[in-house]
Design a protein around this ligand. Structure first.
Ligand SMILES: Cc1cc2nc3c(=O)[nH]c(=O)nc-3n(C[C@H](O)[C@H](O)[C@H](O)COP(=O)(O)OP(=O)(O)OC[C@H]3O[C@@H](n4cnc5c(N)ncnc54)[C@H](O)[C@@H]3O)c2cc1C
Length: 353
């Protein structure tokens, strides 16, 4: 971890409840950074940034340090978005010593659709061409996909003075969904994203429909990458449903020889299984949702819980799926009092949305 973060920026946040927000910040960032709390001052430290938060009765005094201006701007936007998210519907304001300039958000990339094809009956792969795909190599692998309304010239987001992303509204509103960069081709400057097709009667599925309907030449944009990549561990237990399959497939592909992995993946049926390539040692088990027993036994959560009985403390546990499944697995891991740095547990979709 680098301790030398040369450039800095300060800000003042005014939440409805200072203590509650600081608690939420520390709780959330403990899975992404080293969090130290002492005498009303919280310090969050990651490889790329340090964020120090000192509290007064009404305010959070924030100082962000990073290695260069680009990383500083990206950290400010990331942190501002989190703070507004934590504030929810409560009144909240945020100001910086230097307001953010009205430019495209950090990590914004325009992209052109090259092709779309089925990988399996329910998984559709879209290939995108970018000017430069090098930011997508290694490290983080998730992006926000921005799809403008068909037939309109795209209007892309700019930063607001508080560091947040200002999204186009009304007729220019974008479809924004989170996906995983499944693969990156440095030579052709192309990336692929795999989209699960999950049609449901009477429910719009704009992200999935984009992949179903898109044609070569369509203009979209990506924001990122962020949100994690291959865990640094010798033994990894992966589990998840189809929304996590592109991430699991990419991570096992990127795992070096010597890494031992188990993957428990839930798909609709045998036709949705995909070959997983790796240089490491991988044992894969596919669960078929269509053949689950009516009593709900041995579904993804049950199987993961059972598997965790035999997972050692040194094993990195990676789990992503629907929100309530993720809550169940989080509880199970908390009961085991595992080191939270040795786990990634994230919900990728919400059946209540
Ligand atoms: C970090 C991250 C990475 C992700 N990577 C991928 C990826 O690579 N490929 C991928 O396909 N998805 C991925 N997802 C999940 C994807 O973002 C969601 O499934 C998203 O909701 C799809 O948007 P939509 O417009 O199709 O449906 P929405 O408009 O969000 O939802 C419409 C309806 O579909 C239901 N729904 C949404 N997702 C699913 C699902 N997966 N299965 C069944 N029903 C669903 C909702 O409950 C809702 O009823 C990822 C999510 C995260 C957070």
């Amino acid at each position: 971890m680098t301790d030398f973060h040369a450039v800095k920026l300060s800000g003042i946040a005014h939440p409805a409840n200072v203590t509650a927000m600081l608690h939420e910040i520390c709780e959330h960032f403990v899975e992404h950074s080293d969090v130290v709390y002492n005498d009303g001052i919280a310090t969050l430290k990651s490889t790329d940034w340090t964020i120090e938060i000192a509290t007064t009765d009404d305010f959070l005094n924030i100082e962000i340090r990073s290695e260069n201006d680009e990383a500083l701007a990206a950290t400010r936007t990331m942190f501002a978005e989190h703070l507004f998210y934590f504030a929810g519907e409560q009144p909240f304001s945020l100001e910086w010593s230097t307001p953010a300039p009205k430019v495209r958000p950090p990590g914004f990339f325009e992209a052109t659709v090259v092709s779309a094809e089925d990988v399996t009956p329910r998984m559709r792969r879209v290939t995108l061409s970018l000017t430069d795909v090098s930011p997508f190599i290694g490290g983080n692998m998730h992006v926000r996909l921005l799809v403008p309304p068909r037939g309109r010239t795209p209007v892309w987001p700019n930063l607001e003075a508080n560091g947040r992303i200002g999204w186009p509204e009304g007729e220019d509103e974008l479809i924004v969904r989170v996906y995983t960069i499944r693969s990156v081709d440095l030579e052709s400057n192309r990336v692929c994203i795999d989209f699960l097709q999950h049609p449901a009667e009477g429910v719009a599925t704009p992200g999935a429909d984009f992949a179903r309907d898109t044609m070569a030449g369509e203009q979209v944009a990506l924001m990122g990458p962020g949100g994690g990549g291959l865990p640094q561990a010798d033994v990894i237990f992966f589990a998840g449903d189809e929304s996590a399959l592109p991430a699991i497939a990419r991570m096992v592909e990127e795992a070096p020889p010597g890494v031992t992995m188990t993957a428990l993946i839930e798909v609709e049926n045998a036709g949705e299984e995909q070959p997983l390539r790796t240089q490491g040692r991988l044992h894969t088990e596919w669960l078929h949702r269509a053949s689950y027993a009516a009593d709900g036994a041995n579904t993804l959560v049950g199987r993961v819980k059972a598997a965790l009985e035999n997972v050692g403390d040194d094993t990195f546990v990676w789990f992503a799926a629907e929100k309530s499944d993720v809550r169940a697995i989080k509880r199970s891991l908390a009961d085991r009092k595992r080191d939270r740095k040795r786990q990634y547990v994230a919900w990728y979709w919400n059946k209540e949305s």
